[in-house]
Design a protein around this ligand. Structure first.
Ligand code: MRU
Length: 342
């Protein structure tokens, strides 16, 4: 299994996802600011992995605090919390993990820094371990949806690299393959950061799962030709009614799937669901640096100053989603009811 992120002594080590598949190098973060920057620069990415990284970032922040009582400790904690919270706005798992860490802080706050540090490290490790377990459960629930011999389209990377291990969308693929089904994955390249071309292809190739790379704009054509049997993607945030934010391009794939009568599945842990949002309209969508679009592989592909839009995510309305698979099972519409929002 791929090592996405690990706690080592007094530091957090992450595989550098900007460099894959060309180089397998690791980034070692010793401060919470380094962790925040690693999330922003996409050294680590993918909603669950971002949450785990932020949890360990908070541990590093607390490790660096000096013993001070009461309000000043709270102020220091809040500063670290706020910095990590500011890194990427869309993934619900980031805020979920930070809230969980804050609850651990509040439970141990009165016992002093030593106890707080131990409690926070234990909580971050629990978040990491539980994530890997949840992905296995998502895989077990979702594998029945994929039939032997199918070709499955996925978008972005919702695999080991986006989680503690195993993956969500790719977890379902892995679980189906583990039970003997022969599957083939079409990986959309996922412009501009190329998570599909660089990460999903690398991961599946390492696991010996047949993978075919296509550009994002080819998906509709392959669907029309009957070459794609199902679409499985991950999620960054799911509203109460099932509207789902995921990597830009997901909405397009969902509309094309519906038009062509192909099931469209979303795989995510319950920590991605935001029951405070009635629908997708309230999901904050991150806009990233325009140079990501102006360039490909670090080289300029257009005029250097051309106006650019670069939303990192889109929202797929629930009406396009055949089912949402979480560690609790396969949720069907109406999602308001099946996701537990009502
Ligand atoms: O910008 P990224 O690479 O963090 O976007 C990742 C995605 O959109 C994933 O599909 C999502 O986070 C689910 S990962 C299990």
């Amino acid at each position: 299994m791929l090592p996405t992120i690990a706690w080592r002594g007094r530091s957090v080590v992450m595989i550098d996802q900007r460099k894959l598949p060309g180089q397998e190098t690791y980034v070692c973060c010793r401060t919470y600011i380094q962790v925040a920057q690693a999330i922003e620069k996409m050294v680590i990415r993918g909603a669950p992995a971002i949450g785990i990284a932020a949890a360990y970032g908070l541990v590093l922040g607390v490790m660096a605090m000096t013993a001070a009582a009461g309000r000043s400790l709270d102020r220091d904690f809040e500063k670290v919390y706020k910095r990590l919270e500011r890194t990427r706005p869309t993934a619900r798992n980031l805020f979920w993990a930070l809230e969980r860490m804050k609850a651990a802080y509040e439970r141990t706050r009165a016992q002093g820094l030593r106890a707080i540090r131990a409690a926070l490290l234990a909580e971050a490790k629990a978040i990491e371990i539980e994530d890997a377990e949840m992905n296995r459960a998502i895989g077990r629930h979702g594998r029945v949806l994929l039939r032997d011999g199918w070709t499955v389209l996925t978008h972005c990377n919702a695999g080991s690299l986006a989680t503690a291990a195993y993956g969500t969308a790719l977890g379902i693929v892995r679980a189906a393959v583990e039970e003997g089904k022969r599957l083939r994955v079409f990986a959309g390249e996922t412009r501009p950061f190329l998570q599909g071309a660089r990460l999903t292809v690398w991961e599946l190739d390492r696991d010996g799962i047949p993978v075919v790379l296509i550009t994002d704009s080819m998906a509709g054509w392959f669907m029309r030709r009957g070459e794609i049997d199902a679409v499985v993607v991950g999620a960054d945030r799911i509203a109460r009614n099932g509207d789902t934010a995921n990597k830009i391009g997901t909405y397009t794939a969902a509309v094309l799937a519906k038009e062509n009568g192909i099931p469209f599945y979303v795989a995510a842990p319950v920590s991605t669901i935001d029951l405070s949002l009635a629908d997708g309209a309230g999901i904050p969508i991150e806009e990233r640096n325009p140079d990501e679009v102006r360039q490909a592989g670090g080289r300029l592909v257009t005029l250097p100053c051309v106006d650019v839009r670069n939303p990192a995510f889109d929202v797929t309305p629930a009406a396009y989603i055949t089912a949402i698979i979480t560690e609790r099972g396969v949720h069907r519409p109406p999602y308001e009811k099946s996701l537990g929002g009502r």
